[in-house]
Design a protein around this ligand. Structure first.
Ligand code: FNR
Length: 193
């Protein structure tokens, strides 16, 4: 199986973010057919369409767009803010989606992991993100779903997982995601490796 490059986008900028801890755990649990890299979104200026329309996009938007184009899949790891996705994540999605007709998300297979200290594991954010992916034409993995609740109990102090059960579930999730990415890479670019 060829190695597929996947961008990992974390929807939190917090130093001690549970979601960043999760992203790092997933980097370690991914099968060898996936090469995961965290792509940072915290410095992207807020999206303003004028800057694209007037052909003067900030360099950092352009860098981000070029970076994302180089990946064959996207894994979102996000908290829930007010039952939706954090603004920083929505901004990154918006920046990547424009100028019109040049979205860097187009066709890229994706999956979502939401992590929350609350009891419902960021369900609202997870599904709002899926709504964006419909418009962006990103095939989103349906199963398994990953709503990671009670985050304070999920990690040890060093950021590793506290329970074997969680690790097994996440390994299964990443295996399914690797198959999902492969399926869509083959569909979109048959024979491409
Ligand atoms: C939150 N939090 C939160 N949690 C949740 O489960 N559902 C929610 O709707 C919200 N809303 C919300 C809004 C805002 C503005 C903040 C700052 C926080 C709590 C949130 O899950 C918690 O801060 C997490 O720790 C954030 O994820 P990271 O930063 O640990 O990855």
């Amino acid at each position: 199986m060829p190695v597929r490059k996947v961008a990992v986008i974390v929807g939190s900028l917090r130093k001690e973010s549970f979601n960043r801890k999760m992203a790092k755990v997933l980097l370690g649990l991914a099968p060898s057919s996936l090469k995961l890299e965290i792509v940072e979104i915290g410095d992207l200026p807020l999206y303003n369409q004028d800057l694209d329309d007037e052909n003067r996009p900030p360099e950092i938007w352009q860098k981000f767009r070029t970076q994302i184009k180089g990946y064959e899949g996207v894994l979102f790891v996000t908290p829930e803010y007010n039952r939706s996705i954090p603004g920083v994540l929505k901004n990154a999605i918006d920046v990547g989606s424009r100028p019109y007709g040049k979205s860097v998300w187009e066709g890229k297979p994706a999956a979502v992991v939401s992590v929350s200290p609350g009891a419902i594991g960021g369900f609202g954010a997870n599904h709002h993100l899926r709504q964006c992916m419909v418009f962006l034409n990103m095939p989103a993995m349906q199963q398994p779903e990953a709503y990671i609740a009670n985050a304070a109990k999920v990690f040890k102090d060093d950021g590793s997982l506290a329970q074997d059960e969680t690790r097994k579930f996440l390994e299964k999730f990443m295996k399914s995601f690797a198959e999902w990415v492969e399926l869509h890479c083959e569909e979109i670019r048959p024979g491409h490796s």
